[in-house]
Structure formats: C-alpha cells, structure tokens
Write a protein that binds this ligand. Structure first.
Ligand code: ZN
Length: 194
C-alpha cells in the first residue's frame, strides 16, 4: 500500500492525499498516473487499475481540491464556495464506478467493481454530496495534530475522536507531550515541545 485510508470514507481519504496542507511544501501523494491508479485500487473502489492517462490526474486533483473546499466550509459552518460546488455537482451527475455480482466461482459470490478514473471521480463527488448535504456534515473534524490537516468523520461514541489515526498522529502528539513533561520535570522549565 502506498496510500493511507484513516478518514472513514473514500472522499475524505482522497482529500488526504495532499498531506500537511498548511506547510510551505505540502506532501503530494498523487504524484503521477500510477499513484492515482493505485489509490483507487487500494481504496477498494475498483478491482483493477483504472488506467489513468491524459488529463485524468489534473482533473482528479482539481476535484480533490473542490471536495476539500466544500468539506472545510461545511465543517466551519461557512457558505459553500460556488466554484467548488459547481465542479462537484457536475462530476456527481456523471456515471459512477460500475458494480456487479461476480459468481464465477460457486460459493464465492462477490461484488465486482470496474470503471475509469472519470467514473471514480464521479463516485467520490457523489459521496461528497451525500456527506456535505446530510447530517454527516456535522461530524466533519480536522485532526488535532496541527500539521496534519486531515479531515475525517467522527463517528466515535460521544464524538471524542481527536486524530485522523491514533497510530500516527495520536501517538506523535502524545509522545511530544510526554517529552515536554519529562524535560520540564528534569529541568524545572516549562518549555513546550512542538
Ligand atoms: Zn492526523
């Protein structure tokens, strides 16, 4: 796996392919057609690489940023940006990834999923519409590790989830708090770690 899927839903994991958004140089995980193909396969949205080519990558990134703008606005209770809404709506009106029943081996019936990048983007746009336009929009949170900037759906009991993923961000913040406390104990200072 070259991509991470901590956000609880594909559209938000897709937004998370640009990491550390507020850093001077954010980390771009969709750095080529192969990475985009791999994302859709690893997300479980298609069974085989959709075959990204031509302007697919450019369009994928444009949609990703529009999704980010919409979920951010919804999370902050701001007006939805018109350009982003129009792009997501246009994509959501297109044909999504096709699904079917694969019963080629008796006793092992499964769902087959196939489509192009364009169909994959339609699937993500439709999901975005459902999140932003429903009660799920109130569950949008940004990871509490300031550098991270991942947005996820907080479906935890009591709505207390703080991190996109405990094993990455949660543990990093806890370890840095521990170091700061440890140093303060030993030096009598109160300097906080970053
Ligand atoms: Zn995080």
């Amino acid at each position: 796996m070259i991509h991470a899927f901590p956000c609880g839903t594909p559209a938000l994991d897709f937004v998370g392919t640009l990491r550390a958004r507020r850093n001077e140089r954010p980390a771009e995980k969709l750095d080529g057609d192969a990475a985009l193909d791999a994302w859709f396969v690893e997300a479980g949205l298609v069974d085989a690489a959709p075959g990204s080519q031509g302007t697919d990558l450019e369009e994928a990134i444009a949609l990703r940023e529009a999704i980010y703008d919409l979920v951010s606005a919804r999370r902050l209770g701001e007006e939805l940006p018109a350009g982003a809404r129009e792009l997501v709506n246009a994509r959501a009106a297109e044909a999504p990834i096709g699904v079917g029943l694969d019963a080629s081996s008796p006793g092992d019936v499964r769902v087959s999923r196939a489509g192009s990048i364009r169909q994959g983007l339609a699937t993500l746009a439709r999901e975005t519409v459902e999140i932003v336009g429903s009660a799920d929009g109130a569950l949008l949170r940004e990871c509490a590790r300031p550098e991270c900037t991942q947005i996820y759906l907080d479906r935890s009991r009591g709505g207390r989830r703080e991190w996109c993923a405990m094993k990455t961000c949660g543990n990093r913040v806890k370890a840095s708090k521990f170091r700061a406390r440890h140093r303060a104990d030993h030096e009598g200072g109160d300097q906080a770690d970053d």
